[in-house]
Write a protein of this length. Structure first.
Length: 220
């Protein structure tokens, strides 16, 4: 499907990004079941990381963190921030103004840069059908080359949190609480990989999907 006319759009919404990544025209009014399923799945993954980023922003601006964790928390915000969220966080950090997370909870009202979206897909090991960033080189670099370049700007803590999310939650069944890891288990895993206890506990909470019910899972 020809999508080059979207090269003229500077910033994109999550739904536009999901459609383009799946090779689907975002303005199509009628979709096949396959197109709808593909766009929905990609969108869910994008939305999950945006929600994670919003949670990180709340943590950064709540004051409920150790002084030595401030830099790590700001780096974690690089997961998938919208232009609007990143601008507000920087403003609040600079001025001390109160952060209003409710203004950013609707991810569909946010826009994202092409560069941020391309990096997100590379980091997620997903090759989108649409290239969000035009490459200046005559020949396209390999996925490994792009990944190495992008990972040079990714904090080690963010990388470990993504690994924990994949390890503990990628195969969890929403309807089977026995497949849900406890926060203590995830926290211990992060501590073993260099997190402080406080930061590990926060990380375990941040990667916990929104659909997980509160409370402890039933005893065996």
């Amino acid at each position: 499907m020809e999508l080059s006319h979207w090269d003229l759009v500077k910033n994109l919404t999550l739904w536009e990004a999901a459609f383009l990544a799946g090779g689907i025209e975002p303005r199509l009014k009628t979709l096949s079941p396959e197109q709808e399923a593909k766009a929905q799945l990609i969108h869910e993954k994008l939305a999950e990381d945006y929600e994670l980023t919003l949670h990180c922003a709340k943590s950064i601006l709540s004051g409920d963190r150790d002084p030595d964790e401030s830099e790590e928390s700001i780096l974690i915000l690089d997961a998938l921030p919208s232009l609007q969220l990143l601008r507000e966080v920087r403003s609040c950090l600079a001025t001390g103004n109160q952060f209003n997370p409710e203004s950013f909870e609707n991810g569909e009202r946010q826009t994202f840069t092409r560069e941020q979206l391309q990096e997100w897909f590379v980091f997620s090991d997903f090759i989108p059908a649409y290239r969000f960033c035009k490459l200046k080189e005559k020949s396209a670099p390999t996925i490994q080359e792009v990944r190495q370049k992008n990972h040079s700007n990714v904090s080690d803590k963010l990388s470990k949190m993504n690994q924990a999310s994949s390890k503990f939650w990628s195969n969890a069944d929403r309807l089977d609480r026995s497949t849900h890891p406890t926060n203590a288990t995830v926290t211990a895993w992060l501590v073993q990989r260099g997190f402080t206890q406080t930061l590990a506990e926060k990380g375990a909470t941040l990667i916990r999907p929104e659909w997980v019910p509160p409370g402890r899972k039933p005893e065996e």
